[in-house]
Design a protein around this ligand. Structure first.
Ligand code: EPS
Length: 377
């Protein structure tokens, strides 16, 4: 069983969202401000709807810390919903194509798709971002940093290949669409405006990068410990994600091997062997290879359309239009923050699986000794 595990609970318009994160070492000083900062980042983004004007997500830590430090016991997190009205909301009987509505009512034998959509809602990702923010603080202790940013929105593609990680971080952080390319940013905003005026929605692609990741997280031996696979699974589990790429991803399938693989060059004094590029996205054989981790996820357009598509009424069986609910036009900028969080959780889990440690001091000792032993390369 992995050392790090987590659960979330909560409905979109229920009283609160709850998370339990188990397996953190003792002695990690947790900043609630940093968790709240990520919760705030997730709420931002051009194209969000009215709900984000109601909520101002902040976390309460109810267990697992004493005087601001983890003590090795499960961490219990809580975020309250201001828009708590689940018991007075009207039933939904016109399932939205693309949403969990229809499949959920059939599978769970419900009459009202509200019972499904309340949990299927991406509101749940609030808690995953809180848990990811905790994991990011653990990873930062080891020098591992993450950034999530938008690289495509609808038909618009950003050009960020020539930018450094620092540039991407700084520019995307102040962008209303979390995009580091200013030209593309403008076109993305226009695309969102267009979709909104047409009663439509827009998807896109975000990228998550992690630096400072040591060689050898994951495994080439066990299928279920391949870290690229676990990261792909985590990204695919985010609401509305339909595809994941690692490094060159699908583009690698179109090239010859010589145009894909990252050649190995001798080490410079005191360093590790060097690579010509990072097409592998930081993974070889299901293990990190010491290069930055680079993964991307494709988000479909949200399925609540103001100009709804055809559907069938669950009560009458007649053709109708899908339900119209208050929603977002585009949530790809928020998804980039969520992607950052779920990748952080998987990296933290892989770090704890490899280095163990009941205390942060023990984890850091084990980590430092291993990194030192790799220097011979
Ligand atoms: C969502 C619908 C909207 C979004 C929501 C996801 O909520 P509401 O129905 O309350 O207007 O705002 O996202 C969030 C609440 C959030 O925190 O991200 C949906 O149907 O999935």
């Amino acid at each position: 069983m992995p050392q790090l595990r987590y659960f979330t609970a909560g409905e979109s318009h229920g009283p609160c969202l709850i998370g339990i994160l188990e397996g953190l070492p003792a002695g990690l000083v947790l900043s609630v401000e940093k968790i709240n900062q990520d919760l705030w980042r997730r709420q931002q983004g051009y194209g969000r709807g009215g709900r984000m004007k109601i909520e101002s997500d902040t976390v309460e830590i109810l267990a697992g810390i004493r005087r601001g430090e983890t003590i090795g016991s499960p961490l219990a997190l809580l975020v309250r919903n201001k828009d708590h009205k689940i018991d007075v909301l009207p039933p939904v009987t016109k399932p939205r194509p693309g949403h969990a509505d229809l499949t959920g009512v059939l599978k769970y034998n419900r009459q009202d798709a509200r019972d499904i959509l309340e949990r299927a809602s991406a509101r749940e990702t609030t808690m995953r971002v809180a848990i990811g923010a905790v994991c990011k603080q653990l990873l930062a202790e080891l020098g591992i940093e993450l950034v999530g940013h938008v690289v495509a929105l609808g038909p618009v593609r950003a050009q960020t290949e020539a930018m450094t990680l620092q540039q991407i971080r700084e520019r995307s952080e102040t962008s209303p669409v979390r995009c580091a390319d200013a030209q593309a940013e403008q076109e993305m905003i226009e695309a969102i405006d267009r979709a909104k005026s047409e009663g439509d929605t827009l998807g896109g692609v975000f990228e998550v990068m992690a630096t400072g990741v040591p060689v050898g997280l994951g495994s080439h031996v066990h299928w279920d410990r391949k870290l690229d696979a676990n990261i792909a699974r985590a990204l695919m589990s985010v609401q509305a994600i339909k595809g994941v790429e690692v490094g060159l991803g699908f583009e690698a399938a179109r090239r010859n091997g010589s145009q894909v693989h990252d050649e190995i060059l001798p080490a410079e004094e005191g360093g590790m062997v060097r690579r010509t590029h990072n097409h592998a996205g930081g993974f070889e054989g299901g293990m990190t290879n010491g290069q930055p981790v680079v993964v991307r996820a494709a988000m479909k357009p949200l399925s609540t359309l103001m100009k709804p598509m055809r559907s069938v009424d669950l009560q009458t069986g007649e053709e109708v239009r899908g339900a119209v609910e208050r929603s977002d036009v585009c949530a790809v900028p928020a998804a980039a923050v969520i992607g950052e969080a779920v990748v952080a959780i998987e990296l933290a889990a892989a770090v704890l699986d490899k280095f163990g440690g009941d205390s942060l001091a023990e984890l850091k000792r084990n980590f430092a000794a291993y990194v030192e032993s790799c220097r011979r390369w």
